[in-house]
Design a protein around this ligand. Structure first.
Ligand code: TMP
Length: 209
């Protein structure tokens, strides 16, 4: 049996962590085995790369270098964690995946199509079964992220960067409506959960789970 691969996306401060816990509960209550992981990170090598990517001291990092380190971290993660779990029939819930690179590096850093090309190599073309985009206004998201703690190297970017990232997510959602579900992150935690659960029920029905 093949498992499921579910990803969560959104600007910083969108409330992904809370909803990941809800998704985890949804599947464990169905008796399925769940792997909860994140990007950048999720393996020892990928977590080291995460440290480099988010370190505020690395302000001179070139956008192409940045894009390739995200892709390198992802290649390791797909091979070591995501693919083996999906092949065992487990449910993998991943906090961010290729869509983050498209939004932040292709749109935010304005690197364009090369981001998708590099990521196709990195992932072997693996695509999530469903992706939840927690849609939050960039200014509101940044205010929430700042309240939650110190901002990392990407979070401290100027607001026009964050608006380009937002536009990236909007276009991804528009071009792949079957896979990418837009969730209004300004709703209450409970209505966000209910909306996500409806989409998951439909996904499970379509997969015979
Ligand atoms: P996190 O704060 O959600 O853990 O993500 C770390 C930061 O890295 C966040 O600001 C988004 C950014 N990011 C990219 O720029 N490209 C990527 O491919 C990924 C996965 C994250």
């Amino acid at each position: 049996m093949k498992g499921l691969f579910i990803t969560l996306e959104g600007g910083d401060g969108a409330g992904k962590s809370t909803q990941i816990r809800n998704i985890e509960r949804f599947f464990t209550e169905k008796g399925l085995s769940v792997v909860h992981t994140r990007e950048p990170g999720g393996t020892p090598i990928s977590e080291k790369l995460r440290g480099i990517l988010l370190d505020n001291d690395n302000s001179e990092m070139d956008p192409v270098t940045e894009m390739m380190i995200y892709a390198a971290s992802r290649a390791q993660h797909v091979k070591e964690v995501i693919m083996p779990a999906v092949q065992r029939g487990e449910v993998v819930i991943c906090d961010r995946f290729v869509d983050s690179s498209v939004a932040y590096q292709a749109y935010g850093r304005e690197l364009g199509d090369m981001v998708r090309d590099v990521n196709r190599y990195a992932t072997g073309g693996l695509t999530p079964d469903i992706t939840f985009w927690l849609d939050i206004d960039p200014a509101a998201g940044r205010a929430r992220a700042a309240k939650a703690g110190a901002l990392d190297r990407l979070e401290v970017e100027k607001m026009d960067f964050h608006y380009r990232v937002y536009e990236g997510y909007r276009r991804i959602a528009e071009s792949e409506p079957d896979r990418v579900k837009r969730i209004d992150a300004s709703d209450t935690v409970e209505s966000i959960r209910d909306h996500i659960y409806e989409c998951l029920e439909e996904l499970c029905r379509s997969k015979g789970i």
